[in-house]
Structure formats: structure tokens, C-alpha cells
Design a protein around this ligand. Structure first.
Ligand code: SAH
Length: 278
């Protein structure tokens, strides 16, 4: 906090999702006091673009869950920790080359504030740098995050973040996929969406989690709804038969066919699991 510029604007350090943006007008938050008593699953996001949040997470089921307090979202604005009159957060890469790198001291100051009051053990509270170099995010990671009390996500920009701050904080690098985004914000929202929808009460129907793609290790079967005939295409008759055993069998066969055809990697893992069980 000591390297905060003296002219830092008197605004709350964090926004607390949609509910708490309103609540953040309370004096306690303006004074930068401790965060309200926790309990709900919580995401803390360090970003140069706090206004990008909640973004799509504010819509539909995740948005409703945010409004009703089933989960909480706090953003920490990296710019507030920038240095000098221009609040610089980045500098040129050591060794030369294109672009800019986020400074270790600036990111550290923001993380220190974002991590206030949270468990220090990484197993108890993951601290993640969104990065194309990271382990690829998947459903099992979403499940692991949803099972804990929350996560802290650092969104990079430009060429990324000074390696020393990643090492110092023992951050885990996690990637949305094998492509490069201009910043971590979209990746953070995608990962939070996948995680939050697994929290109890967020989806109307818990069964949809149990049956969907990637939860059973198979891709999901095709879905249909009214009208029964559209553009000359019929709904597969078995789905209209009312025979639940046959429907389940058909869906299972479709899921297996799809997985085999589209994702040989998942199919091989599925066969290996079956073999291990027998
Ligand atoms: N020079 C870096 C890429 C920087 S992209 C490299 O080659 O590894 C700028 C920022 O976007 C990164 O700091 C990271 O936070 C985010 N980002 C880019 N691609 C991403 C991905 N696939 N998954 C998660 N975050 C990503």
C-alpha cells in the first residue's frame, strides 16, 4: 500500500458483484475496511479492466446467483497500484523485444490487497495466473474449484507478467486453450462460469450437471424439442415413445458414437476407465 500514489482516487478498492456494487456505497467499503463476512463461494479477480466484470457472468443463471448471494465477485483494479502520475503498471521487457510486461511490484501490491483475509495455503485457496502457457482448464478443475471456498485469478495483459511475481506467489498458470487472447479477462469469465454453475443452487436442475458433456467422460447425446417435425426433419421416434429405458439406451449409444467420432482422446480414457473397473 505504501507505494500507492498520494493522489489515489477515493473509490472502493473492490466491487462486490452486482449486489455489492450497491452495497459498496456503504462507508465501510469506502474506507477500505475488511471484506464482509464470507461464506458464499468467492472469486477475486485482479485486472486492469474491472469494468469488464461481471460481464457475461452477470447474465442468466450465474447473474441471478450473483444477485442472490450464492457466490461473490470482487475485482481489484491493477491500475490503482500503478506508479507515478500516469500510474504505470508495465515496462519494456528485460533483454529487449516487442511489447510491454506487467511489473512485479505493481502486481504484487494488487495481489496483496486482493488476498487480504484469505487462506495462505494454495490447496485451500488457488491463486491462478491466466496464461496460454498454463495447464489447460477442464471440467475436473472447475469441479475442484467449486468444491473449495473460492479462487483468486490474475488477468494478464500485453506480453504478460514479470516471472518473479508468479514465482513469489507460487501461482498456478491455467490456460483456457491453445490460443492467445489479448488479456486474461475472457478466460477468467469462462472459467468462473464453468465453476459457478456447479455450485449448489445455481442451476435450476442438478441433474443437468450429472448428464452433460464432460461430466460422465462422454460428450452429450443430441437434444431435440418442439416442433416434432421441422424443415422435414423428425425428432428420433424413440424420444417420443415414452419408453424411458429405450430412451436412456439410445442416448447412451449416441453419446458413445459422438465421443468416439469426435474425441478419440476422451473415448480412449473412457475405455480405460471401464477396463479398470472390470
Ligand atoms: N506473451 C504471452 C501471451 C500474452 S497474452 C505468451 O506468449 O505466453 C496477454 C494475456 O492474456 C496473458 O498475460 C494472459 O493473462 C492472457 N491470455 C492469453 N491467452 C490466454 C489463454 N489461452 N488462456 C488464459 N489466459 C490467456
Amino acid at each position: 500500500m505504501s507505494d500507492l500514489p498520494a493522489d489515489a482516487p477515493p473509490r472502493p478498492s473492490r466491487s462486490h458483484g452486482r449486489v455489492s456494487i450497491r452495497a459498496s456505497l456503504q462507508p465501510r467499503d469506502l474506507m477500505g475496511g475488511p471484506p464482509p463476512v464470507r461464506g458464499a463461494w468467492e472469486a477475486r479477480v485482479v485486472t486492469l479492466f474491472p469494468e469488464a466484470f461481471p460481464g457475461t457472468l452477470g447474465q442468466s443463471l450465474t447473474g441471478k446467483a450473483l444477485d442472490t448471494g450464492l457466490w461473490r465477485l470482487e475485482t481489484t483494479d491493477l491500475r490503482r497500484f500503478g506508479l507515478g502520475r500516469h500510474r504505470n503498471v508495465d515496462d519494456t521487457p528485460a533483454g529487449g523485444g516487442a511489447g510491454m510486461v506487467l511489473r512485479a511490484d505493481v502486481v504484487d501490491a494488487a495481489l496483496t490487497e486482493a488476498m487480504t483475509g484469505l487462506p495462505a495455503a494454495r490447496a485451500a485457496w488457488p491463486v491462478v495466473y491466466l496464461s496460454p502457457r498454463g495447464r489447460r482448464f477442464d471440467q475436473s478443475m472447475a469441479r475442484a474449484w467449486a468444491a473449495g471456498p473460492g479462487v483468486t485469478l490474475l488477468c494478464g495483459r500485453f506480453e504478460g507478467v514479470d516471472q518473479r511475481v508468479l514465482d513469489h506467489w507460487q501461482m498456478e498458470e491455467v490456460s483456457l486453450g491453445d490460443f492467445v487472447l489479448t488479456g486474461g479477462e475472457i478466460a477468467a469469465q469462462a472459467m468462473l462460469d464453468a465453476t459457478v454453475r456447479l455450485l449448489p443452487g445455481v442451476l435450476g436442475n442438478a441433474e443437468s450437471i450429472a448428464e452433460e458433456s464432460h461430466s460422465s467422460g462422454l460428450l452429450e447425446h443430441p437434444q431435440y424439442t418442439r416442433p416434432p417435425v421441422w424443415q422435414g426433419r423428425e425428432i428420433p421416434p424413440v424420444l417420443l415413445s415414452g419408453n424411458h429405458a429405450e430412451i436412456a439406451k439410445w442416448r447412451r449409444a449416441q453419446a458413445e458414437q459422438l465421443t468416439q467420432a469426435r474425441r478419440p482422446d476422451l473415448w480412449a480414457a473412457h475405455l480405460a476407465r471401464i477396463k479398470a473397473k472390470t
